[in-house]
Design a binder for this molecule. Structure first.
Ligand code: 3HC
Length: 295
């Protein structure tokens, strides 16, 4: 019999696992639960679970306030999401979305473990990495054909784009089912990208953010003027420094570093002020202070 179409296979994905419950993990869990999927989120410890649940609740409340979701819709979404602290609870998942910290050793270890625990050989193991080669994550498993990149954008509930990255080892079918899931099930838009650092969007965005940080660092213009230049002059929804704060300065630095290692271009080199802010725990919105302060 002919294999079922990718679209049918995507509709059959009902049980989703999410690894990590930071800004992106919570956003991914929300997107999948709003699409009617049962979601199990792996957080680190009781505190991680509580924080993840709060993040999810806050985003849903925002959706209710903006009229994008009803009160009962919100309750239904929360009912579909459960929180656990061990990857072992993902044994029956058909799709796992990994959104752990942007650190290669951490992600490799997670993929090694997922390979051991996820029972269904057809399951898709996906990473939300911005910069780590999907091929490396694939080779941490015995099923590199089922490993794929799915790169979402922050805030996940607002931004429609997902980059889908097939490595040299990813099966064509895995890419097709992943794309069908993202478009038909999650209702988002796909851009396909090759397996190189930064994919499409960050390869363009990071040099821009780094340039703005250098402009700030050199004292050429104050933060507010740099940002107003781009919001008022180019109609961007946020200026580059406010956006770096939103993304998280640790993430901006990690992705810049990865791009630098991949391409060896000075434009990707992490500016000292960014390194020092990260060293100081000034990571932007999520810690209350970055280029701006957040009450
Ligand atoms: N569900 C559905 N929709 C929601 C929602 C929710 N939970 N929360 C908000 N929305 C909708 C709102 O209704 C509104 O839509 P409308 O205009 O049709 O009413 C829209 O989303 C904007 O929401 P808000 O009013 O809450 O927010 P603002 O208008 O103040 O915009 C912002 C805030 C969305 C952050 C905007 O400034 C923006 O888009 N900034 C740029 C963000 C960006 O560039 N992100 C990419 C980062 S790069 C990245 O993530 C990659 C990484 O690898 C580095």
């Amino acid at each position: 019999a002919p294999a079922e179409s990718a679209a049918v296979a995507a509709q059959r994905i009902l049980r989703v696992g999410v690894v990590g419950c930071g800004v992106m993990g919570a956003g991914l869990a929300e997107a999948c639960a709003r699409a009617g999927r049962e979601v199990r989120v792996v957080a680190s410890g009781d505190q991680g679970m509580a924080r993840g649940r709060r993040r999810l609740e806050r985003s849903l409340e925002n959706g209710v306030r903006k009229g994008k979701i009803t009160d009962s819709g919100r309750a239904a979404v929360m009912d579909r999401v459960s929180f656990v602290t061990e990857l072992g609870y993902l044994a029956d998942r058909q799709l796992v979305l990994e959104a752990a910290p942007e650190d290669e050793a951490t992600k490799l270890e997670i993929f090694r473990t997922l390979d051991q625990v996820v029972q269904d050989p057809e399951a898709i193991l996906a990473s939300n990495t911005s910069s780590i080669p999907i091929a490396k994550l694939g080779r941490a498993t015995e099923r590199p054909g089922r490993v794929v990149g799915v790169h979402f954008f922050n805030p996940v509930s607002v931004l429609p784009l997902v980059e889908v990255i097939s490595s040299l080892l990813t099966d064509e079918r895995t890419g097709a089912v992943t794309e069908a899931f993202v478009t038909d099930v999650l209702g988002k838009e796909v851009v396909r990208a090759g397996d190189r650092s930064g994919f499409v969007v960050n390869a363009l965005l990071i040099p821009y953010l780094i340039s703005a940080i250098r402009m700030f660092e050199s004292g050429f213009a104050p933060a507010e003027d740099i940002d107003r230049g781009m919001t008022l002059g180019c109609s961007h929804p946020m200026g580059p420094l406010a956006l770096a704060d939103l993304i998280g300065l640790d993430i901006v630095a990690a992705v810049s570093q990865a791009l630098y290692e991949e391409f060896k271009e000075p434009v990707h080199a992490v500016p000292p002020v960014l390194s020092r802010m990260v060293d100081s725990g000034l990571l932007g919105r999520k810690t209350g202070r970055g280029f701006y302060s957040y009450a």
